[in-house]
Write a protein that binds this ligand. Sequence first.
Ligand SMILES: [Zn+2]
Length: 135
Amino acid sequence: MKNRHKTILRKIISNIRSRSYTVGNAKVAACLVYKNKIFYGENKAKTNSFMYEFYNTNPVYTHAEVDVIKQASKFLSEKEFSKSTLYVVRVTKKGELALAKPCKKGCQQLIRSYGIKSVIYSTNECDFERLSFLN
Ligand SMILES: [Zn+2]
């Protein structure tokens, strides 16, 4: 994995570990990076309009991917989204890295609809993987 990815992932991990509260047993953070523009989002115990738009079930909290894409959508063009990288990290209550693969029904649809082609997420093995649905 490129050094730039590692640097960003380390920063996200440290941010999310320092958060005091968990949502649904975990702390999840997502970062969307386009060149020198960095957007940061977290899972939140509150829903928002994007959740209603992309999730079939009644959303009770916001996924970190939704949080960050909603923020970035105010600043990035369609073309910039397609050249961005989305990072997703999940940390358990104990502070261990866990699988943060974007959920199929909601987040993957959202990622697709924004044309994001590069997605890196933490796994249970304290490692990272790339989302492969993106051809
Ligand atoms: Zn999700």
